[in-house]
Design a binder for this molecule. Sequence first.
Ligand code: ATP
Ligand code: MG
Length: 425
Amino acid sequence: MMASMKQSQLFTKTRKEAPRDEEARNAQLLIRAGFIHKEMAGVYDLLPLGLRVVRKIENIIRDEMDGLGALEIQSSALQKKEAWEQSGRWNDEIVDNWFKTELKSGQQLGLAFTHEEAITSMMKSFISSYRDLPIAVYDIRTIFRNEERAKSGLMRGREFNWKALYSFARSKEEHDTFYEKVKDAYLRIYEKLGLGGSTYLTYALGGSFSPYSHEFQTLSEVGEDTIYISDEQHIAVNEEALNEEVLKDLSLSREELREAKAVEVGNIFSLGEKFSRALNLTFKDENGTEQFVYMGSYGIGITRLVGVIAETMSDERGFIWPESIAPFQVHLLVFGENDTLRIEAENLYHDLKNAGIEVLYDDRSARPGEKLADADLFGIPYRVVLSERSKEQGGVELKERKGDEVEYIAQDRLLAELQQRIETI
Ligand code: ATP
Ligand code: MG
């Protein structure tokens, strides 16, 4: 549970106009609502409301990663070039999006765009015997990529937040079992984020260790990827993998697939021995024979998810956050300066807050129209208004952001009513 708060304490301001230097709808709305601040193209600060959304997504992911038995680490952003030279990925012709820097001594460093090399190298300190395996570690952190185009707001940042998971197994079989579990965990994560219906397990080109890699693609008009969906199986094939062999393998026919635009919100890869060979990560098996560790890596774009959700779960007035990741569960508004009303609102705020509901209480002395517009823009799932009019109607006004219906509820029944409705309590 995250803390409740009064809106008078929120330093961020909402804006009526979208910033002129921003084309992406997700960033326009997020900036207007004060969830993020634009530092430069592709680089954003997360402000209190935006950070709450990110934290909630992280926690949903964290639960599922812990459920897989993976352990959380925090890897470093600064990386030494030696490990990357061993895999060939230090070369700018092979990886074109490095941000590189150097120490005062002149020694070159990279700002992490991923961690396969660093973590493989780190694991050499901890893996030596078959008894040390299997292992999985995950990392929720900032990633740096010198992306050529950064016009999609949070969907393609030059600095962004992700979760990466790396797995280390004794054999392909052991790896495959874990890989399947990750696939299921990912599907549960998107479901919990409210994206279950619009996110497809997508078959993409695999590299050399498995016939396919798997992407998770969420439908969006502004998506950069084209996928071909089987509604019956709720899976998709990425454009690049759409060929007869793949279709046959998946028992799909081209006619039953529909084309759609989508955004890659995650992916999972079997790495095989690619990195363990390059960096010499081995273990002694039961017979004392030296073997290469079999690896996998699995990503989820956390800030990209905020962008996709902002893009797809919003209307002309603002966001419509799913309950699981909304910055607050309830937005309590009081209208006017009447002392009795103010005291009642304050009491309601404390009652809801003490019952474990995350409340944003708009205690400012702003006009009702302004408060209502902000409430629509913020997109908190439940809006409660206390005003002279609501009192005449018997209590408070309750409205869900996603619907149009307004209900009046006695003040002493509000808590029970909300507890019944809010899924995540
Ligand atoms: P894309 O093809 O969109 O550039 P990618 O193949 O480079 O993605 P990975 O390197 O596999 O992506 O990263 C894992 C996940 O991180 C992606 O599935 C995506 O959700 C997210 N991601 C990748 N690049 C960005 C970015 N520039 N901004 C925000 N999220 C990103
Ligand atoms: Mg990329």
